[in-house]
Design a protein around this ligand. Structure first.
Ligand SMILES: Nc1ncnc2c1ncn2[C@@H]1O[C@H](COP(=O)(O)OP(=O)(O)OP(=O)(O)O)[C@@H](O)[C@H]1O
Length: 495
């Protein structure tokens, strides 16, 4: 049997056999995995190292018999360089991404193998990032942006040109975070510093950090900006320590006008590096410089971070970005769709994706991209049926969603209460506190809004839910028993 492939722009392509189509699909899946791996490495290594060494990597074929994946680089020199420095990381990342990979072979390109002709202008798979083999130049950042040079911080500013405020869609759940980020990037000095962005994975923290960098640079072209992940900060710190270059390290770190530190939860447990970060924060704040941190949890919930650093992290504004609600998910999909025009995606497909892919925006956008890529590749029309068939992994992962009913049931079992107490009007402390815990867990584990949660707890007002969430958050930082209870409930519910 042969299937006709219709190109991205509606061109008629060649007739492909089923085997060729399977190979193309395998290549698409590898490209999607590579987009995720590459994105992680970009955060870790910074934009400059990433664009120089990782981005040129082309994913070759995967041999099922030997479990070997080929990675190609354009020159002997770059292949050796990547082999020396990144072989272990690349191999580990691929093994985690794809169980059946046993070896990763890094070598010079024997002759270019192209991915199927599909147009993902938006950046390909994996939530709007560039597709694996997209080698387009992204030289958006100029030297003025604070190339640090020499050793120590080896990355330059590290901003992704596609992550701007213009591309960031706002709704009720992220408007506070976005406004605060815009203030941090504005010409006027913000009334708060640092800004601490808190959100679960894939809800746009990194996007906002990059957007701050772009906007600030546009109005301060000579500004020195540093973007890195906390993990990267640790690596740089340890290297400087080993190479006896702490003075240079400190001096460079303190010379920045804007410091953007992503994934601060990874700073955990390294006392000397934490201390250095603490001094840097103090020094930069004293000079009125701007600092932004992003993490997947509140400062108080960062285990193993010393109290003085915690107090610095939370002394400015802590802006919470809640999981995107249905309206925002719809808006994001619609905005992404404009880039695929004239391709048509029916309204019911958008609605289905927005309603089903609720865990995070990365998966949502990744799902849309994958669906469109598949439809273009096989010449099929985008439909609900195609979405159900092609996105089984994403959809089933999202369907395993925790519900408020489940949370109420688990909390009642845990505290040995009757289920009716979740909605009752009784105000005895032994009932009120578990009810507040259940409201808190509903906010943390489900995408429901405060009013929706209130309704599930006997029609309570949203302000009661907000109060409960804040109270439990606060109690968790002061009362070890309460924190222990919540952790144990979280484990039960997430298992
Ligand atoms: N509101 C939004 N509008 C447009 N795109 C968004 C929005 N939120 C997230 N995205 C996109 O979703 C993807 C994931 O976002 P991002 O990497 O910023 O998440 P994150 O919160 O930093 O996640 P992690 O904690 O896993 O690093 C990116 O492609 C980003 O551009």
């Amino acid at each position: 049997m042969a299937t006709k492939i219709e190109g991205a722009a509606g061109r008629k392509g060649a007739v492909k056999s089923d085997r060729e189509i399977m190979e193309d699909l395998e290549a698409i899946n590898l490209a999607a995995d590579w987009a995720d791996i590459s994105q992680g490495l970009r955060k870790d290594l910074g934009h400059q190292l990433h664009s120089q060494w990782i981005k040129p990597i082309q994913v070759g074929g995967f041999c099922k018999e030997t479990g070997t994946l080929d990675l190609y680089l354009p020159t002997e020199f770059s292949a050796n360089w990547v082999l020396d420095r990144f072989a272990d990381r690349l191999s580990l990342a691929w093994k985690i991404a794809k169980n059946d990979i046993r070896n990763v072979k890094i070598q010079v390109h024997p002759g270019r193998r192209k991915l199927p002709d599909i147009s993902l202008h938006d950046g390909g798979f994996g939530g709007g990032r560039r597709a694996a083999n997209d080698r387009s130049d992204s030289s958006m950042i100029t030297v003025a942006a604070g190339t640090i040079g020499e050793q120590g911080f080896s990355s330059s500013v590290g901003l992704d040109p596609s992550l701007t405020f213009a591309a960031f869609i706002t709704g009720e759940t992220n408007i506070l975070g976005c406004n605060a980020a815009q203030r941090m990037a504005a010409t006027e000095t913000p009334q708060f510093s640092p800004l601490y962005l808190k959100a679960a994975t894939g809800q746009g923290k990194t996007h906002l950090l990059h957007a701050i960098g772009h906007t600030y640079l546009a109005s301060h072209p000579r500004a020195r900006i540093f973007y890195c992940s906390a993990e990267r900060f640790m690596v740089e710190f340890v290297q400087a320590l080993k190479q006896n270059q702490m003075m240079e390290f400190k001096a460079r770190l303190r010379s920045f006008d804007l410091l953007l530190v992503d994934d601060i939860q990874f700073i955990i447990g390294k006392a000397s590096a934490q201390e250095e970060l603490l001094y840097t924060i103090d020094a930069l704040l004293a000079e009125g410089k701007r600092l932004v941190f992003a993490a997947d949890r509140a400062p108080q919930a960062l285990d193993g971070v010393e109290p003085r650093l915690l107090s610095r992290l939370s002394m400015g504004l802590v802006a919470d970005i809640a999981p995107a609600d249905i309206e925002l998910r719809r808006k994001i999909l619609e905005s992404k769709l404009t880039r695929f025009a004239p391709l048509e995606v029916p309204g019911d497909v958008i609605e289905f994706l927005a309603r089903t892919i609720t865990r995070n925006v990365r998966e949502l956008v990744g799902g849309l991209n994958k669906l469109i890529a598949y439809a273009q590749l096989t010449g099929q029309t985008v439909s609900l049926q195609l979405a159900e068939e092609q996105l089984t992994d994403i959809l089933s992962a999202n369907r395993r969603r925790i519900t408020i009913d489940e949370i109420q049931r688990t909390v009642c079992q845990f505290y040995r209460l009757d289920r009716s107490e979740m909605s009752s009007k009784r105000r005895a402390r032994a009932i009120v506190r578990p009810r507040q815990v259940a409201m808190y867990l509903s906010k943390v584990l489900t995408p429901r809004s405060y009013p929706e949660i209130g309704r599930k707890f006997g029609g309570r007002d949203h302000s009661t839910v907000i109060h409960a969430v804040r109270l439990i958050e606060d109690l968790r930082t002061r009362d070890a028993d309460m924190d222990g209870d919540v952790r144990s409930l979280l484990r039960q519910l997430e298992s």
